[in-house]
Ligand binder design. Structure first.
Ligand code: SAM
Length: 264
């Protein structure tokens, strides 16, 4: 089963919820600027499923996807782009480029999902990314980042497994170094016949904190940033997928939040 499986397809099934991302981004933008957003740039887009859902939503929407990995972009073209009507396909531009080196069309929203900016390990690198995002937004625009944290994210050798229809998705926090705040994280896929795709994806990330991010956003020119904290499902005690602005939050063992940086 592992030999026949496609790691990009499994990743998309297990990790991404582009319809929720698009609905969230659209709602926050409307609330901020009292108009709908038209142009979305998906940084670190991988197979650009958010771009595809964005353009599918309304006929005047455009999307720009940026990623360095030609394999992920090619997979997205074959499996995501090809499923869209031709008119919608033409409203997506793909750039195989470093997110810090993009120039051109200004977007209403720049979105960096699944903690991808953790790939930048120094303040200098991260600030240079935030400056690029600022430059690539129109006069009214927002940068949306998701971020994970909590004291459980500092644990080593921690594996969390989730069962999907034909496979299990496993997230491993392999290493964490408290001095540099850098960690190694792996995604493994496990199959009912006992076969596995170990380390289907590996990330070497710096675990940034919310205040560090907001300070760097301000340094890069964003006059304001808001934190959207996830509510709790009272029955399960887990996140309920509803994110609202908060000034203070409980010290949950593991949390996911959005930081929305506003350029006005
Ligand atoms: C964690 S994956 C996220 C994929 C997708 N955005 C998602 O939400 O699932 C990180 C992606 O960032 C890309 N990447 C890493 N560094 C990059 C850079 N400096 N510029 C552009 N893409 C980069 C990788 O190729 C990879 O596809």
């Amino acid at each position: 089963m592992a030999k026949q499986a496609d790691r990009f397809a499994l990743y998309q099934q297990a990790v991404q919820e582009p319809e929720h991302e698009v609905a969230f981004l659209d709602r926050i933008f409307r609330r901020q600027f009292a108009r709908p957003a038209t142009i979305l740039r998906e940084d670190f887009c991988g197979a650009f499923s958010v771009c595809c859902h964005w353009v599918r939503g309304r006929p005047n929407r455009q999307a720009i996807g940026v990623d360095l990995d030609p394999k992920a972009l090619a997979w997205g073209k074959q499996h995501n782009l090809a499923k869209l009507p031709i008119a919608a396909q033409e409203r997506i531009t793909l750039l195989k480029r470093d997110v810090r080196r993009v120039a051109g069309t200004k977007a209403d929203i720049v979105a960096a999902q699944n903690f991808s900016f953790f790939t930048f390990h120094t303040r200098r690198e991260l600030c240079s990314y935030f400056r690029a995002a600022y430059r690539n937004l129109g006069p009214q625009g927002m940068l949306a980042l998701d971020i994970m944290g909590g004291y459980e994210t500092f644990k080593e050798d921690l594996r969390e497994t989730r069962r999907l229809r034909n496979f299990r998705y496993q997230w491993e926090q392999a290493r964490f170094d408290p001095i540099s705040h850098r960690g190694t994280f792996n995604i493994h896929f496990l199959f009912p016949d006992g076969s596995e795709i170990p380390k289907a994806f590996t990330y070497h990330w710096r675990l940034w904190t919310i205040p560090e991010i907001r300070e760097l956003l301000a340094q890069a020119g964003f006059p304001r940033s808001d934190v959207y904290w996830e509510g709790t499902n009272q029955k399960t005690g887990k996140g309920n997928g509803v994110f609202r602005t908060r000034q203070k939050a409980p010290s949950d063992p593991a949390w996911i939040a959005y930081i929305i940086a506003i350029k006005k």
